[in-house]
Ligand binder design. Structure first.
Ligand code: TGC
Ligand code: FAD
Length: 396
C-alpha cells in the first residue's frame, strides 16, 4: 500500500524521533525531572564531584518530586509505570550517575526489599517515611571478599533468644553513611541467607565513608561494620531465606541502570556536538571534518539504540514479560555503549575533555563504576550466555 510520508525534521537531540513513542504523562514526568536536573544539578555537580560530596539538601527536593519508590504501590507510594521510573533514572543520570544511584538505592534496592520481603509492620514503619525522604536506606550485599559471588558471603546471623546477633562487614555500600536503615543480608547457622533491617543507632553498627574514589564521587559510598549487633526478630524479613531475596531486588536497580546510562551518553553526545560546531581547528569547525562526523554519528547511533532498548524493556516490564536475562542484555549493551560514547566525546573535546569544566570526563569515570556495580559486564555476559546455551559458566 502506498503511503504519503509525513515530513519529519531531524532533531540532533532526538534523531529517531523517539519522543513520539511516549505518552503525554511519560513526557510530563520526564520534562519535570529534566528541568530539575538542568536547574539544580548540572550547574553544581562538577564541584560536588571535585569535592567528593553528595549534598543532602537534594534529598527533600527529590522527595518533593515523589521519586523515592515511585514505581511501588500501596503505602502511599505513587505506583508509577516502569517506563516512567526508567525515564526518571535517565534524566537523573543525564545530570550525574551519583544522583541516580541515590534514588536507585533508596527506591529500587532498600524500599523494594522492604516492599517485597518485609512484614506488614516493617512496610508501614519504613515505606511512607522513605518515600518522603525522611528516612534513607542502603542495601548491604557486597563484602570485601564476596562481590560477583554474593553466595560466598561471610556475614553471619546467630539466633540468641528472641534476637539475632550479626557479625561481619559489607563494602562499597551506596548511601551507607547517611542511611537510617541498612538492609543487611547475612548467613544463618543453618546456611540460609536472611535479610535484616539494621538501624543506624544499633550498638556495634558503624558505616564509615570510603575515600579515594575517582568515580561516582558525588555519591556516598561506605563500609558497613557489624560487631555483635543485636537485631530483634521483628527486624528480620519473614518471607525469604535464600539468595533469591537480594537477587530479586537487583533486577529492579539494574532496570533503572538500563535507562540511566542513556542519560549519561546523551549528555556526552550533546556536549561533543556543541563543542565540535564551535571549535575551530585548521581554519574550520571540527564538526566539518569527516573523522569527527563519524564519531558523532556512531555516538548518536549508540544513544538512540540504547534509548530504544530501554524503552522496549520498560514496556515489557509494564506488561509483566520482562525476565532477568533481558535486563542483563540491556545492562551489558547500554553500559558498554554509553562508555564508548563518553570516551569518544572526551576525544572530541581534546584537552578540554579532561577537565570538570565539561561534564564528559565525570560521566566517563562514573560509567566505570556503572560497568561494575549491579553485576559486572562479565556477570551479565554469563547470564546471557547461560540463557542462550543452557550451560552455567559461572562456576568451574
Ligand atoms: P543461583 O543459584 O543462580 O541463584 C540463587 C537463587 O536466586 C535466584 N535468582 C534470581 N532471582 C531473581 N532475580 C535474579 N536475577 C536471580 N538470579 C538468581 C535463583 O532462581 C535461585 O533461587 P532459589 O529459590 O532456587 O534459591 O545463584 P549463584 O550463586 O549461582 O549466582 C548467580 C549470579 C552470579 C547471577 C548472582 O550471584 C549475581 O547476580 N551476581 C552479581 C552480584 C551483584 O550484582 N551484586 C550487586 C550488589 S548491589 C549494587 O551493586 C548496588 S549499586 C548501587 C546503585 O545501583 O546505584
Ligand atoms: P569481583 O567479584 O572480585 O570481580 C573482579 C573481576 O572478576 C570483574 O571483572 C568480574 O567481572 C570478574 N569475574 C568475576 N566472576 C567471574 C567469572 N565467573 N567469570 C569471569 N570473570 C569473572 N554493592 C552493594 O551490595 N550495595 C551497594 O549499594 C553497592 N554500591 C556500589 C557503589 C560503588 C561506587 C561500587 C564501585 C560498587 C558498589 N557495590 C555495591 C558493589 C558492586 O556490586 C561490586 O563491586 C560488584 O558486584 C563486583 O564485585 P567485586 O568488586 O567484588 O568484583
Amino acid at each position: 500500500m502506498a503511503t504519503t510520508a509525513k515530513k519529519t525534521e531531524i532533531d540532533p537531540r532526538d534523531f529517531l524521533a523517539l519522543d513520539a513513542l511516549l505518552s503525554d504523562e511519560e513526557r510530563a514526568i520526564r520534562d519535570t525531572v529534566r528541568q530539575f536536573v538542568t536547574e539544580q544539578v548540572k550547574p553544581y555537580v562538577g564541584e560536588w564531584f571535585e569535592r567528593g560530596e553528595l549534598p543532602t539538601e537534594l534529598i527533600p527536593e527529590l522527595a518533593r518530586l515523589g521519586l523515592f519508590g515511585m514505581h511501588l504501590e500501596g503505602y502511599g507510594l505513587p505506583e508509577a509505570s516502569s517506563v516512567m521510573y526508567g525515564l526518571v533514572c535517565q534524566e537523573l543520570e543525564a545530570g550525574d550517575a551519583g544522583i541516580r544511584s541515590l534514588v536507585s538505592v533508596q527506591g529500587s534496592l532498600s524500599m523494594y526489599a522492604i516492599w517485597k520481603w518485609g512484614s506488614e509492620e516493617q512496610k508501614q514503619r519504613w515505606l511512607p517515611a522513605m518515600h518522603a525522604g525522611e528516612k534513607i536506606g542502603c542495601f548491604g550485599l557486597t563484602e570485601p571478599d564476596a562481590g560477583s559471588d554474593p553466595g560466598s558471603m561471610r556475614t553471619t546471623a546467630k539466633r540468641d533468644g528472641a534476637d539475632w546477633i550479626l557479625n561481619g562487614s559489607k563494602m562499597w555500600i551506596t548511601n551507607g553513611s547517611i542511611a537510617d536503615v541498612a538492609v543487611v543480608w547475612a548467613r544463618t547457622e543453618g546456611g540460609e541467607i536472611n535479610g535484616f533491617l539494621v538501624e543506624k543507632d544499633m550498638a556495634g553498627f558503624e558505616a564509615p565513608l570510603m575515600h579515594h574514589k575517582l568515580s561516582l564521587r558525588a555519591s556516598v559510598t561506605s563500609e558497613l561494620v557489624l560487631r555483635d549487633v543485636r537485631v530483634p526478630e521483628e527486624n528480620r524479613f519473614p518471607e525469604i531465606a535464600s539468595l533469591r531475596g537480594p537477587l530479586s531486588c537487583l533486577n529492579e536497580a539494574r532496570f533503572g541502570i538500563v535507562f540511566g546510562v542513556v542519560g549519561s551518553a546523551r549528555t556526552c553526545l550533546e556536549t561533543a556536538l556543541d563543542y565540535a560546531k564551535e571549535r575551530i581547528v585548521f581554519g574550520k569547525p571540527i564538526a566539518g571534518y569527516q573523522l569527527t562526523q563519524q564519531k558523532l554519528a556512531e555516538m548518536a547511533l549508540e544513544v538512540n539504540r540504547g534509548a530504544l532498548v530501554a524503552l522496549h524493556l520498560g514496556r515489557m516490564k509494564d506488561e509483566g514479560t520482562l525476565r532477568p536475562e533481558h535486563v542483563s542484555m540491556g545492562k551489558m549493551g547500554n553500559v558498554r555503549g554509553a562508555l564508548d560514547v563518553a570516551r569518544t566525546a572526551r576525544s572530541i573535546l581534546g584537552g578540554n575533555g579532561i577537565t570538570l569544566e565539561y561534564p564528559v570526563i565525570r560521566h566517563m569515570n562514573n560509567l566505570e563504576t556503572v560497568l561494575t556495580y549491579e553485576g559486572t559486564h562479565e556477570v551479565h555476559t554469563l547470564s546471557v550466555g547461560k540463557a542462550l546455551t543452557g550451560e552455567n559458566a559461572f562456576r568451574s
